[in-house]
Design a protein around this ligand. Structure first.
Ligand code: HSE
Length: 431
């Protein structure tokens, strides 16, 4: 039987999962590949821990550089994470003509363009299914299953930690801080939870999804990012009364002259399947121009789900599956512009605190009329704390962001308005 030797860089949660999966499913994988895919060496700072996992028959070292230049190793699996050491090691491995499998979304979002070029030059595969939505084979679905389509838009719940937090806030009435500490104790959050709650982890993943959907370069620096820290319980409840759920979505949308790339809390109609994806689960909606909307759901993190994606890449390499890294031919990457958030087109939820006086609502709705933006739904509530005040909630039809911002500016300048207007974007996700 053919043999494929793997050097594993990092044996934390996912690395341990890869080791276990290859062992448990050995026969199944051999039956599919006619290849003995074997971890022959592990590089890990914590040598004792690594030995505990892999036993004595596999070489364990703390010298990762040794593995990336080891002639006996065919494929490097990089599970260290981050963009410093991991980047140097991936570059060295590629230069040494080794295929690389990585789950490192930050690395690809920031440096993917140069790494793909290097892989192409050295005629090796750089595979990264595990970098987006863990166990959901979303990149393969886009590159292969949907390859006959033009992708029109992608919208995904691609960060489990924030989805868990939003679920707890909605279902249990918890505060943001309570739900975050629960997510951390369950081990969902990134080492640095700001990457989760500020939307950066989702933006890394959206960058990769957009590159593969539209055949564009990795454009992380152009993604508009807004996390969930500022979300209030009140908005979750008002959204619910109006028939919506709030999710942190990564949205990539092709328009005539460019692409929108944005991560932010979003109202979604509660009747959409994706609005009912709860806890730490992930889901991605992809709209192809021929197939229509398609939905992918599953575990976005965790040892075995992520290992499932890593091993699928190893199997591809063993079969020498020659799908271009981007799914698009490298010479056909499109440098189409990315819209600034001011030019994004979306629906909007606005919450406005006002003094409860005659004429205030009329003045506000006139501002919408003047800008020719149609109001879709409205709610007025007397807050428990202040009987002389009112919360007005307005859902708008599609509008250009800068026009909404101009309306918000005018509302905030009205004498009856108290404090800032809360704005949350809204997507129907129907067509
Ligand atoms: N911290 C990530 C999440 C895990 O919460 O989804 C894997 O990317």
């Amino acid at each position: 039987m053919k043999r494929m030797n793997i050097g594993l860089l990092g044996i934390g949660t996912v690395g341990g999962g890869v080791f276990e999966l290859l062992k448990s499913n050995l026969n199944e994988i051999q039956r599919k590949t006619l290849t003995d895919i074997k971890i022959v060496a592990v590089a890990e700072k914590d040598i004792a821990r690594a030995k505990e996992i892999v036993g004595s028959s596999i070489e364990v070292t703390d010298d990762a550089l040794k593995l990336v230049s080891d002639k006996n190793i065919d494929v490097i699996v990089e599970l260290i994470g981050g963009t410093t050491i991991a980047k140097d090691l991936v570059i060295k491995a590629i230069e040494n003509k080794k295929h690389v499998v990585t789950a490192n979304k930050a690395l690809l979002a920031n440096f993917g363009n140069e790494l793909f070029a290097l892989a192409k030059k050295n005629n090796v595969i750089l595979a990264f299914e595990a970098s987006v939505a863990g166990g959901i084979p979303i990149l393969k679905s886009i590159k292969e299953g949907l390859a006959g389509n033009k992708i029109e838009w992608v919208a995904g719940i691609i960060n489990g930690t924030t989805n868990f937090i939003l679920t707890q806030m909605r279902e249990k009435g918890e505060t943001f801080a309570q739900a975050l500490s629960e997510a951390q104790s369950l081990g969902y959050a990134e080492a640095d939870p700001t990457f989760d709650i500020e939307g950066i982890d989702a933006a890394h993943k959206l960058t990769i999804l957009a590159a593969l959907s539209f055949g564009i370069p990795m454009s992380f620096k152009d993604v508009y990012v807004e996390g969930i820290k500022a979300l209030e319980q009140k908005d979750i409840q008002y959204a619910e009364e109006l028939g919506y759920r709030i999710k942190l979505l990564g949205i990539a949308k092709k328009r005539d002259q460019g692409i929108e790339l944005r991560v932010h809390p979003t109202l979604i109609p509660e009747k959409r399947l994706i609005a009912n994806v709860n806890g730490a689960m992930n889901a991605v909606l992809v709209k192809g121009n021929m197939v229509g909307p398609t939905l992918y759901y599953g575990a976005g993190a965790g040892a075995l789900p992520t290992a499932s994606a890593v091993v699928a890449d190893l199997i591809d390499i063993s079969r020498s599956t020659n799908v271009p890294l981007h799914g698009f031919d490298e010479t056909k990457i499109d440098n189409i512009p990315i819209y600034s958030i001011d030019d994004a087109i979306s629906g909007y939820y606005l919450r406005i605190r006002v003094s409860d006086k005659p004429g205030v609502l009329a003045e506000i709705t006139k501002l919408f009329g003047d800008k020719k933006i149609s109001i879709d739904a409205m709610l007025q509530k007397e807050p428990k704390e202040h009987k002389t005040e009112a919360d007005i909630v307005i859902l708008s039809h599609l509008a250009v962001e800068k026009n909404i911002n101009a309306i918000i500016h005018s509302i905030e300048s009205m004498p009856a308005t108290i404090g800032k207007v809360i704005k949350i974007r809204l997507e129907e996700l129907s067509k």
